[in-house]
Ligand binder design. Structure first.
Ligand code: COA
Length: 192
């Protein structure tokens, strides 16, 4: 199957709501928001959210679609409030029928990484994975994320843990070894 990854458009708020609710139904423990809370949010919330995810400089939501334009997954990236120099990838979801070898999950998350490298002026890129989510942990490690050693309580059940992974290559320049320093990755049109 051919997949296409796109940033959402401001008018796609209904699709954003549907894919978010689908993700929360499918994998309730993988996310911090509950299905009930998301379902109770008014249309105006989804309209604001879609507009911001489509147009803001320092945040974006990407979606994966099939050849007919059906939404099969999503992933978001934005700075973490109150954590200096850090953005995070979150709300990563691919519909069950499209997971596994040949699926679009890698391209989807790569799109968020590339966006953050080019548009978000932070040094670190992280994400959180629930302790029970072995599949997501293996997936992110394959993309180059590594354990940071940081563990935080899962917001919907503080007895459970969320592992924080980071992407060492986020600001690395190929061939420059491990010193990430204060440099910016080279992107099309120049370097930051
Ligand atoms: C996380 C997600 C996007 C990954 O996409 P995917 O298509 O399933 O990923 P892939 O199949 O390419 O990779 C999964 C890896 O986990 C491995 N795996 C599968 N089931 C596993 C399990 N139960 N425990 C450990 N590893 C597992 C696979 O072998 C594969 O590793 P490999 O490439 O080294 O062989 C997708 O599974 C998903 O949407 N899950 C539900 C929502 C979710 O958990 N989101 C993440 C929130 S942090």
């Amino acid at each position: 199957m051919n997949y296409a990854v796109h940033r959402i458009a401001a008018e796609e708020w209904r699709e954003l709501r549907e894919i978010t609710l689908e993700a929360l139904r499918d994998s309730p423990d993988a996310f911090s928001l509950s299905h009930a809370d998301a379902a109770a949010r008014p249309d105006a919330y989804w309209q604001r959210q879609a507009t911001a995810e489509a147009t803001a400089e320092e945040r974006a939501t990407f979606t994966v679609r099939d050849e007919e334009g059906n939404w099969l997954g999503m992933a978001c990236v934005e700075p973490i409030p109150h954590v200096p120099e850090t953005a995070h990838v979150h709300a990563v979801y691919v519909a069950p029928a499209h997971r596994g070898a040949g699926g679009p999950a890698g391209d989807l998350v790569e799109a968020t990484i590339r966006y953050a490298q080019a548009h978000i002026d932070v040094r670190w890129l992280t994400l959180g994975v629930h302790e029970s989510n072995g599949r997501a942990l293996a997936f992110y490690r394959r993309l180059g994320f590594e354990d940071t050693g940081k563990v935080i309580p899962y917001v919907r059940n503080p007895a459970e843990k969320v592992f924080i992974l980071g992407l060492p290559a986020f600001r690395a320049i190929p061939g420059d070894g491990d010193d990430l320093g204060d440099r910016r990755v080279r992107v099309a049109g120049g370097s930051r």
